[in-house]
Design a binder for this molecule. Structure first.
Ligand code: PMV
Length: 349
């Protein structure tokens, strides 16, 4: 990869940059990894608009790697330690980080403690700043490879973050005839224009901290009796989804969407070390969404990531009725709702 060339000669310098990056919701899920943070199956996601992390990184030469991190102005040593570990790992390929001090100031635009994972948006924002720093050190202007490099860095920190580097729909992982797709970084996916204003209402069922992290969840796929069956299914679902996304076939996308969420949570339940992230209200909401869809014909479909919260996806034309349904029929089953939609991707602040 040419974006990795010439990296060993770089010298640390003073530099400051700030990026904001969005969260994303996977339509086909990445669950299980191989090698060095590579996915066991291809995934595809919708980049969101309102759920963003803004991060400013200040780099300076230093005798050794050091990281300080402030969330909304407050020092967070545990988050700093995560970035430090990430940069330590990166420094074997990018030795310049061994002599860099990094101060991170970060802020999430979505309310803290909502249970929405900030790792995708958070690590994507950091990765964009790192890519900016390396381009600066090389004296290069941002080019077509810039986002690829940012996605490559983001992937090493958190797989789903690799997809938050682009707007719209984004795929990650090698797949048969899709020559542009890679395990190393994500690639933008062009879907039918009818999905340009796809909406996602995030129904926060519980904001409690998860009992098992995503990192641990991926690990538990290692000895899962259904792992191979899952990877085969995920490939099939991926193919169905990209074909339907290109054709503008929302019904098929919606069916796969729900199947993917249920497969993900079934894997957790049937893992040798079993656990559940679903809450009673997650199941109640799923049941009500199905009944309401049956009764009204409104094509709103649910999905979940590795947590109890429901993402309800629907076309813009159905926005009014979906919002009324959430307010009237799901009342009492959630803590709060964030009405989000397809977003344009990250931005330099
Ligand atoms: O990126 P990670 O390691 O937090 O894993 C993300 C896993 C899911 O959100 C459940 C699926 C996905 O593809 O985003």
């Amino acid at each position: 990869m040419d974006f990795l060339s010439g990296r060993s000669e770089l010298q640390a310098k003073d530099f400051k940059t700030k990026w904001q990056a969005p969260s994303n919701i996977a339509l086909v899920k990445y669950w299980g990894k191989k090698g060095h943070q590579l996915p066991s199956n291809p995934s595809i996601s919708l980049t969101l608009s309102h759920c963003q992390t803004q991060s400013e990184l200040t780099f300076s030469p230093s005798e050794q790697l050091a990281v300080e991190l402030f969330l909304d102005g407050e020092s967070r040593p545990s988050f700093a330690a995560k970035i430090q570990t990430f940069l330590e790992k990166l420094s074997s390929d990018f030795p310049v980080f061994k002599n860099t001090k990094v101060v991170v100031h970060t802020h999430n635009t979505f309310p803290h403690g909502t249970g929405i994972a900030s790792s995708a948006s958070g690590m994507a924002a950091v990765a964009l700043c790192l890519a900016d720093y390396l381009y600066f050190l090389k004296g290069k202007d941002r080019d077509d490879n810039f986002m690829k490099l940012a996605s490559f860095f983001a992937r090493l920190a958190s797989g789903s973050a690799s997809r938050s580097v682009f707007g719209g729909m984004v795929s990650w992982g090698e797949f048969a005839d899709e020559a542009q797709m890679s395990d190393l970084f994500a690639t933008p996916f062009t879907a039918h224009e009818s999905f340009n204003d796809l909406c996602d209402s995030v129904i926060i069922v519980s904001s409690e901290e998860k009992v098992v992290s995503s990192r641990a969840g991926h690990g538990r796929m290692g000895d899962h009796p259904y792992a191979e069956a899952r990877f085969t299914e995920a490939h099939k679902n991926f193919k169905r989804t990209i074909d339907a996304l290109r054709a503008g076939d929302w019904k098929t996308v919606g069916h796969v969407l729900e199947n993917e969420a249920l497969q993900l949570h079934a894997l957790m339940l049937t893992s040798p070390e079993s656990y559940t992230l679903l809450k009673p209200n997650s199941l109640l909401a799923i049941e009500k969404i199905r009944q309401w869809r049956q009764a009204t014909g409104v094509e709103a479909y649910f999905t979940l990531d590795a947590g109890p919260n429901i993402h309800l996806l629907y076309l813009k034309k159905d926005e009014k009725s979906v919002k009324a349904f959430i307010e009237n029929e799901l009342r009492g089953a959630y803590e709060q709702v964030i009405h989000d939609q397809r977003g344009a991707g990250p931005a330099l602040c």
